[in-house]
Design a protein around this ligand. Structure first.
Ligand SMILES: Cc1cc2nc3c(=O)[nH]c(=O)nc-3n(C[C@H](O)[C@H](O)[C@H](O)COP(=O)(O)O)c2cc1C
Length: 189
């Protein structure tokens, strides 16, 4: 795996302020481009549900673990800011047998997505796992164990996808080390 100029050095074990552990947060809908355009779905969480330690982090790309939880609520439909409809199923199709509810590796983007020119900060989690369906309205708690790189602008969508795939590869490699892997237990209930 080639090293990118933007890559931060990752220590052998997490150093303060990591690990940072969230409580269960709502999964809201973003603009939906992660899934539709990039093929990299993300779960957005409201920044106001996170502590000041999370909100003080520099904009950029991070890695850690996440755990999703379904909530018992009727299906409903909401609208994105562009008017397209989104079904909130609150995680009713998540499957314990398919490991959807396990502690799973995650890459996170905290930022304004310069490629898309957002004018506000979002926190988006790409959970590295094959889910069969969306789970808008479910809950997710997560821990951040380290920083990968700053968020960047790109000239093509393909370049952004390529970098996210490198982020995923690097994260999986670090998270497989005992000193990081053992911290998945921070998300045990
Ligand atoms: C691991 C990861 C890395 C990302 N890196 C960048 C980045 O460097 N620059 C950027 O503009 N957006 C970055 N994004 C954000 C994507 O642009 C964003 O997920 C996409 O706009 C979809 O958001 P939406 O579903 O709210 O439309 C990253 C997302 C993830 C999950």
């Amino acid at each position: 795996m080639t090293t990118r100029h933007c890559d931060a050095e990752i220590p052998d074990s997490p150093r303060p302020p990591y690990p940072l552990v969230s409580g269960y947060c709502d999964i809201t809908c973003g603009f939906g481009r992660g899934s539709a355009e990039l093929g990299i779905p993300t779960a957005n969480v409201p920044i106001e549900e996170l502590s000041v330690e999370f909100n003080n982090l520099s904009l950029g790309i991070y890695f850690g673990f996440a755990k999703v939880q379904a909530i018992d609520k009727q299906l409903s439909v909401d609208s994105r800011s562009d008017g397209t409809k989104v079904e909130f199923n609150y995680g009713r199709y998540l499957s314990k047998e398919k490991d959807d509810l396990n502690v799973l590796p995650v890459v996170l983007s905290i930022g304004k997505n310069p490629f898309y020119g957002n004018n506000f900060k979002t926190i988006e989690l790409h959970i590295i796992h094959k889910f069969n369906k969306d789970f808008y309205g479910a809950k997710v708690k997560f821990c951040i164990l380290g920083y990968l790189r700053p968020e960047l602008d790109y000239t093509t969508k393909e370049a952004l996808i390529k970098d996210i795939n490198i982020d995923i590869y690097k994260s999986l490699s670090v998270l497989s080390k005992d000193s990081y892997k053992s911290l998945g237990s921070l998300l045990d209930d």
